[in-house]
Ligand binder design. Structure first.
Ligand code: 5GP
Length: 181
């Protein structure tokens, strides 16, 4: 049913499986003796984080935050609001922030700085998708699934008006889907 709204598949289910396996191995090599906290940013992190952690062969702790950006007028104002904070102390801990996509970088920048301010021993970022062309703050995620062009995508956690997060791949919506609102 959801397939009919998709103009093209950008990252297939098979590619996402391979990405999770590759990044899971890299993270295991780096963090296996560090008992890190994997912090997912809701809601977009859910499918990718779920798959990724099953590829991490080590002890880890899970945490979640909900962070929303205000969109004032046409442009995003860049103000970030924490609507659900992490309920684990990060002092002295190694933190891995798990995201669906890094675009402007503002969301991750705020969360990274907060974790460091709270005394995290280290903070790194793992993201399924990276859109470097959209960047407005300096931020280079350490672990990237795939780099994509500056295009609005949905699926695998990413929504359009809260829909399509459960699509099992990442794709681009048909223009008429936006038009039919
Ligand atoms: P940033 O702070 O890096 O600009 O924004 C990250 C957030 O913006 C993501 O977690 C996601 O919610 C949203 N976002 C950025 N690009 C896209 C996109 O192409 N599609 C969707 N659905 N959301 C996006």
């Amino acid at each position: 049913m959801l397939d009919k709204d998709i103009a093209k598949v950008l990252v297939s289910e098979e590619e996402i499986d391979a990405i999770a396996k590759r990044l899971g191995k890299e993270l295991t090599a780096e963090y296996k003796d560090k008992f890190p906290i994997v912090v997912g940013l809701l809601k977009g992190c859910v499918p990718f984080m779920g798959k990724l952690i099953t590829e991490m062969d080590m002890h880890l702790e899970l945490g979640f935050m909900d962070v929303s950006s205000y969109h004032g007028g046409i442009e995003s104002s860049g103000d970030i609001k924490i609507t659900k904070d992490l309920d684990i102390p990060v002092q002295g801990r190694h933190v891995i922030i798990a995201e669906d996509i890094v675009d402007t970088g503002r969301t991750i920048r705020v969360v990274m700085d907060l974790m460091l301010y709270r005394g995290a021993a280290s903070v790194s970022v793992v993201t399924l998708l990276d859109k470097p062309a959209g960047r407005v703050v300096s931020l280079d995620p350490e672990y990237i699934g795939v780099t994509i062009p500056k295009e609005f995508v949905v699926g695998y956690g990413l929504d359009y008006e809260e829909k399509y997060r459960n699509l099992p791949y990442v794709g681009v919506l048909k223009p008429e889907v936006y038009g039919s609102k």
